[in-house]
Write a protein that binds this ligand. Structure first.
Ligand code: FES
Length: 200
């Protein structure tokens, strides 16, 4: 194996960019979730049982709040794939969290359309308001802030997803209000998708 002589492999980004999943506490599906998973798995031919991997991970996240390394190992066993394959999927999709997160996960898209429409300002406002940097959770465990790649709503940039709800065409003042609403109204602040284009 050869390496480029000038590349700083000991301090390079390739080491810090990827966070290893937390081992977490022992994990097994509750009987209810296992029954749900088996129900979903029956929709696929037996030799395609691995197709139930995404639903299985959603069930883990609903049960545990994130997908720990131990949960990945359990899912691998139940669905019939390798733990490495499960980790590949978890690390690819930003909707799965391999670390513990806050009650509200704010994901700011930083890809081109959003970047050109002020995503960086949105991140700055949220970061200042929450007192945390992207990738961090506040000490109360209420908010996690993340920067992610395209969230599939490029025509309504900039976009912030809070848990599973899209907030689009956000201005910095909208981002501030969003945090205020989450603090005062909790989950009620997330009722309904915020399609600002239709409001114009
Ligand atoms: S670039 Fe932000 S949603 Fe696509």
């Amino acid at each position: 194996m050869t390496f480029h002589p000038k590349m700083p492999y000991d301090t390079g980004l390739h080491q810090s960019a990827r966070q290893l999943p937390e081992a977490g506490e022992p994990f097994a599906f509750t009987p209810e979730n296992l029954a749900r998973l088996e129900d979903i798995a029956r929709r696929y031919p037996p030799e395609r049982r691995r197709s139930a991997l995404l639903p299985a991970l959603y069930l883990v996240q609903r049960q545990q709040g994130y997908v720990s390394a131990r949960a990945m190992a359990h899912v691998a066993e139940v669905v019939g794939v390798t733990p490495a394959e499960v980790e590949d999927v978890v690390s690819y999709y930003t909707m799965f969290y391999a670390q513990r997160v806050g009650t509200y996960v704010l994901q700011v898209c930083r890809t081109l359309s959003c970047a050109l429409n002020g995503a960086e300002r949105i991140t700055d406002v949220l970061s200042r308001k929450l007192g945390i940097k992207p990738g961090e959770t506040d000490p109360t465990g209420t908010f996690t802030l993340m920067e992610v790649e395209c969230l599939g709503a490029c025509d309504r940039a900039p976009v912030v997803v809070v848990n599973d709800q899209w907030h689009e065409c956000l201005k910095p003042e909208d981002a501030e209000r969003l945090v205020d609403d989450l603090r005062t109204k909790g989950l009620d602040a997330l009722s309904g998708c915020h399609l600002c284009v239709e409001k114009r």
